[in-house]
Design a protein around this ligand. Structure first.
Ligand code: GLA
Length: 395
């Protein structure tokens, strides 16, 4: 009888050891740097090492950025055994060497592949090689995998990503799994089962209108995100030159309100002071990384002007006033209303403005309005972000 029970337990444990993702990873949205937005296919060992150096020396690492991710174009072929072949010219010492170097800097290492037969840049994809590639990634010391959706023809999205998830789990190295399916098959509905984050839209472009059109697509997705599973509105364009500093501040603020993964996409070696100040704004990053893991939602929308609210741990809250229009706007702001801006309004323990300090997260100072209702000027394409900090919370 005893041995029968043992057998049943062993079989149960075995079955349980597959068919799952690594939990306890990405409890807050992943932060790092990815090569694509700035360098596209122009990646090399030198470049990635320089970016890892810059991540550490520029203060980005101290600000919380952790993963250094090579996007498309590091791979050129498969060998006779089906093993992925690295571009020898660009990565002369191989990928493990690079991963070791990145780890030696106290950072983590990420790589890219694709669920289809070829990547978006036409390099060999992962289809049919999921378990083999996962073992290779584990051997190399990969900590993060971005998995794209090009050349997938009739593949089913959910089962394709589940297959790769199982490959990663079987390879036994905890790897954050970033689903890059562009929102086509509603990954917010199943992504949590397969991975830790999922792209919700097509690719970001370094332009105001393109960035803001991504924001529009996030409006109804808040309920799908939480600690360990995130909507991903794509990587950051901050510092790449296509938007003004004000617009980049807005881009970064909204991403933090959305609890979005924060993957910088600029040249970390040559960062203007304004770029650095945006990407390293600790008060904004704290919103993004808040332990409650609640994605912000659009509380008021009158087209050109929106108010986004994000619930934070310990009954705190953030509000982002967003002027999307091309004109300056003067808006009436009632801090009482902002603080109570959700269901908690009716709760037995209502929020009381007197219990809170109000902090302006770009001015980095406390706002002390004479009365709860004030008027605020918002330049075109700008934001104001406030945090309601509970007076008796030790922050
Ligand atoms: C797709 C992805 C991008 C990038 C490129 C690489 O377009 O959405 O983020 O990875 O492929 O080819």
């Amino acid at each position: 009888m005893k041995s029968y029970i043992l057998l049943v337990v062993t079989i149960f444990c075995f079955l349980n050891a597959t068919g799952q993702k690594f939990e306890q990873l990405a409890k807050t949205p992943p932060m790092g740097w990815n090569s694509w937005n700035k360098f596209a296919c122009n990646v090399s060992e030198d470049l990635i090492m320089q970016m890892a150096d810059a991540m550490a020396s520029s203060g980005m690492k101290d600000a919380g950025y952790e993963y250094v991710v090579i996007d498309d174009c590091w791979q050129v072929d498969r060998d006779a055994n089906g093993e992925i072949v690295v571009d020898q010219k660009r990565f002369p010492h191989g990928i493990k060497y690079l991963a070791d170097y990145i780890h030696s800097k106290g950072l983590k290492f990420g790589i890219y592949s694709c669920a289809g037969s070829m990547t978006c840049a036409g390099r060999p994809g992962g289809r049919g090689h999921e378990f083999q590639d996962a073992r290779t990634y584990a051997r190399w010391g990969v900590d993060y995998l971005k998995y794209d959706w090009c050349n997938t023809t009739t593949q089913n999205a959910k089962s394709s990503y589940i297959t790769m998830r199982d490959g990663l789990f079987a390879a036994r190295r905890p790897i954050v799994f970033s689903i890059c399916e562009w929102g086509t098959a509603k990954p917010w509905e199943w992504g949590k089962e397969a991975g830790h984050l999922w792209r919700t839209t097509g690719d970001i472009v370094d332009r105001w209108d393109a960035m803001i059109s991504i924001v529009d697509k996030e409006k109804d997705l808040a309920k799908y995100a939480g600690p360990g599973y995130w909507n991903d509105p794509d990587m950051l364009e901050v510092g790449n030159g296509g938007m003004t500093t004000e617009e980049y501040r807005t881009h970064f603020s909204v991403w933090c309100m959305l609890a979005a993964p924060l993957m910088a996409g600029n040249d970390l070696k040559n960062m203007a002071d304004e770029t650095s100040a945006i990407l390293k704004n600790q008060e904004l990053i704290a919103l993004d990384q808040d332990s409650l893991g609640a994605q912000g939602f659009c509380y008021r929308d009158n087209g050109g002007y929106q108010i986004w609210i994000k619930k934070l741990a310990h009954k705190e809250k953030a509000a982002c006033l967003l002027n999307r229009s091309d004109e300056e706007k003067t808006v009436q702001v009632d801090f009482n209303v902002l603080l109570k801006a959700n269901d908690d309004y009716w709760s037995s323990e209502p929020y009381k403005l007197d219990d809170y300090k109000i902090r302006d997260l770009w001015e980095h100072k406390e706002v002390k309005p004479d009365k709860a209702l004030i008027s605020i000027k918002l330049p075109p394409h700008s934001v104001k972000v406030f945090r309601f900090i509970k007076r008796n919370n030790s922050l």
